[in-house]
Design a protein around this ligand. Sequence first.
Ligand SMILES: [Zn+2]
Length: 111
Amino acid sequence: MEKLIASFENDKDKMADFNRISKEEFLESYSYINKDSYDLTKSIIDKIKERLEYLRQEIEAERISYGEIAELQGLADHIDKGDVVLLEWAGVKECGCTYHDENDNCTNIPS
Ligand SMILES: [Zn+2]
């Protein structure tokens, strides 16, 4: 079967492994993902991380725009769990939710 080049930066399970294990280990455990897909994802993640650092500078300089905050919210899944500043600006709650109901009840259902 021919392997397609497709990035997987929005696949949470794969990304957890992507961040945890080496490229060799990753390609071994996901035999249906080829090296080109891995490299494509890596380059996308690198760009996202660069963008997050830019947005952090904008926050620190107190000149972040509404458009940039919206952009940050869209990148919330890629913010490091310990990065409280970016998470707070992205509207992510301490429990990991991006939103709660009107009574601030947690909507985070552990999978
Ligand atoms: Zn919650």
